[in-house]
Design a protein around this ligand. Structure first.
Ligand code: 3HC
Length: 291
């Protein structure tokens, strides 16, 4: 299949990053969300990111406008009727993703491939709400999508070889490396990454060290670009909690049990960067530990 049009469903931090990457790769992108202000906000965020790239001399003003021109807002899911590929990036809850895919299945032509950006939910189960389970695949991007080099491709039980090939070719066009994972809770990357974040939160909960020292341990001791707490703030604590619950339920193992502190913070609305406060406080110029 010659992919030209990509319909990105969900204009949150992942959806907007994916839309940016797709438009930079030359695809025509429709970016959907339920509220106009979310899509407009996402496009503004993309413009700011591209301005930074332009300032570094890696993009001309014309190229910047051309990339932005390839991203068109879509408030109605029916805009997906001409899409070659849908990339679903709605909230990380199975029911929400299923609802979106079911509606899209009634809108998009049978040839359209459905890629889900889920980091943990079963692709096989998501595919059951469609009449095209062979065309449903996982394309798991990492935050921030324009920077992170990997896309984890997930093969559902019924995903066809052709669909895997299409996902690989889109990733290659986006300049990304890929890995191929089987459909099991948390696939490869999430299963490895989330317990590390949860462990960092547990260390804080048990009073073993300060927020800054826990992060410093990973940054300087393990050479990770971010410590587990600042990474949790970047990804969003609500997403981390949802994913850990899926891992805990899916594997039935205590090691994935979400730290009670994480749950309390989510209940309190301290979701990380997106809410202005998580393990750090983002209200000032410099982030400061909030706990
Ligand atoms: N969008 C686009 N570009 C961005 C960006 C964003 N949100 N944030 C940073 N960048 C770019 C900058 O422009 C800069 O580009 P350059 O090197 O070409 O000049 C580059 O990234 C580095 O940025 P900074 O100099 O501002 O800051 P850092 O060097 O501290 O890097 C970081 C920031 C890239 C976020 C780095 O700290 C990092 O890699 N952190 C770890 C991120 C990570 O692990 N992500 C995966 C999370 S798990 C996940 O997403 C899975 C999900 O499903 C749960």
């Amino acid at each position: 299949m010659d992919v030209k049009n990509i319909f990105v469903v969900g204009a949150g931090q992942m959806g907007s990053g994916i839309a940016q990457v797709a438009a930079q790769a030359g695809f025509e992108v429709l970016l959907h969300d339920v509220e106009e202000k979310i899509v407009v906000g996402a496009k503004e965020k993309i413009r700011k990111q591209l301005e930074r790239v332009k300032e570094k001399g890696r993009l001309t003003a014309e190229e910047l406008e051309a990339i932005l021109g390839r991203i068109r807002p879509a408030l109605d899911l029916s805009a997906g009727k001409g899409a070659d590929v849908v990339i679903e990036a709605v909230f990380e809850k199975e029911e929400i993703k299923k609802e979106a895919l079911k509606k899209l299945d009634g809108i998009c032509p049978p040839k359209t491939v459905f890629a889900s950006n889920t980091s943990s939910i079963s692709i096989t189960r998501l595919a059951t709400v469609t009449k095209r389970p062979d065309k449903v695949v996982g394309m798991h991007f990492f935050n921030p999508a324009p920077v992170m080099k990997l896309i984890e491709i997930v093969r559902g039980y019924l995903t066809s070889e052709e669909t895997i090939g299409i996902a690989r070719s889109i990733a290659a066009a986006m300049g990304k490396e890929t890995i191929l994972a089987k459909d099991y809770p948390g696939f490869l990357s999430t299963r490895i990454g989330m317990p590390l974040i949860n462990e960092g939160i547990l260390a804080l909960y048990q009073g073993l060290g300060s927020v800054e020292d826990i992060d410093k341990a990973n940054r300087l001791g393990l050479n990770h670009p971010m410590g587990p707490l600042e990474l949790a703030d970047l990804v969003g604590l609500d997403t981390i909690l949802n994913v850990l619950e899926i891992l805990y339920e899916g594997h039935g193992e205590q090691k994935y049990f979400p730290c009670p502190l994480l749950r309390q913070m989510v209940d309190a609305g301290h979701l990380g960067r997106k809410s202005g406060r998580g393990f750090y406080d983002y209200s000032g110029k410099e982030k400061k530990p909030a706990l």
